[in-house]
Unconditional design. Sequence first.
Length: 528
Amino acid sequence: MSKTYDVVVMGAGHNGLTTAAYLAKAGKKVLILERQPFPGGGVVTREINSPGYRHDLHSSCHIMIQGNPLLTNDELGLFSKFGLKYNYSDVPYASIFHDQETLITYKDLDRSCQQIARYSEKDAETYRAFALRSMQMLPMFVSGLYAPPFPMGAFIAMLDQSEEGREMLDAMSRSSLDIIDNAFENDRVKIHLLKLVTENLQLPDELGTGMGIYLMPGIIHTYGVSQPVGGSGGLTDALVRCLEHYGAEIRCDAEVSRVIVSGGKATGLELSDGEQVFAKDGVIGAIHPHRLRQFVEGVAEPVLKRAERVNTSTFSLFVSHYDLKKQSTLYAGPEVQTATMLEYFTFDRLDDLLDDFDALRRRRLPARPLTGGGDETHADPSRAPPGGGIWHAITMSPYDLADGGPSRWDEIKDEVAAKNLSFYQKFTPSLTADNIIAATHWSPLDMERSSPNSFVNGDMHGAAPFMYQTVAHRPTPDLGNYTVPGVDRLYLVGPFQHPGGGVYGAGRATAIKMFDDLRIDFDKTVSR
């Protein structure tokens, strides 16, 4: 039996939920279909090993969403009505080196500069100038991050009209390495800053990725870096409560097989069991450009070919989740373990970092794992039973292994997990057999399996953050306005759309586009 809604949504990732929530608040009858048994996509917290131990399956730190009016203006009432709470650490980001020396970026800029001055007074002055410039430029960044982008030509022409704009344009064309290596002198400072911007799944020397060093300091020192109380999925939980409040319906274990297209318009979704649901106003699809051909008929071949040429990120992530009897400690001391983002290095030469990233470029595992993570119960004890801990181990890894391709991950996953564990044991005495209760490991191939229509090639950010895949050209010039040429009323949402991968709350921009097409006053809706 078919059923008709105003809007139907394929995929209950946080972006799709965000778009749906704005539409539901506007009074639209909305249905969201999700192939997994739970909503959230990449923003999910679950007990995957032992009862009471709550792990973030994908996203953990919520950085870029902090400037989104979704949160800053509480447009959907996620804070005031639906229970969303964030933990903000005084230590957003930190690095530990092989000698257990640390370099800490505090939310407070003065304290951060004092840390850098321990390694280089000149670098401390340089970083202060970078951070102040980033904070000064942040309003210009923010104004374009959470709404539909300008056309690429107009965007570049606009930037070219001012000194600040030309500075941004220059950074967008360069690599992070180019900017950081030329501006700073101390290798530990360079390593600390470069590893931060590579969290966007980019190599440090990839051209067209240099905006990270301009954007990240402003975000960190203005908004901070945070995690929802209870885990990353706290954002999803609040969105679900919001949707239910406004009468939307979410159906899990409901896999979509195709978008129904009639007369050049998207009119609904068909499920894998043959059930069809129809939409009067529009269909929203979390459909990766590489999967567009699979789900949508009537798209011109040149559009499909350009979509299939979209480059995913050069590398992916290998993630391990450990349940600990006792909360962990670090050899480097208690302060650094409060960091929301924590990195570990067994070297202090920039060339060593670049060698390891070169291995990733060549689809090999680096000689020294490029790792991050830690015990998230220090910031949020609710994530484990009293006294217990959870260790979230994140290692940058290639998806398509040079020796055996993606399928080889199923053969070597346990071996790689053991090597990574040995690496972490250099920094903590807590990851021992007598303290580890249980563990689960996710390879880059497992990441793709968890969300095959979004995490293509194990890329949780959907598409590489190169300049030619940014703003209105993300993921392609055809698809950059959240629509599909030749298929009216089909709207795209996901990490592969502007503004990019990670937790942005980017579904807000898709909502604005739909509101415009449906002639609904967005500002009036969110102010209610």
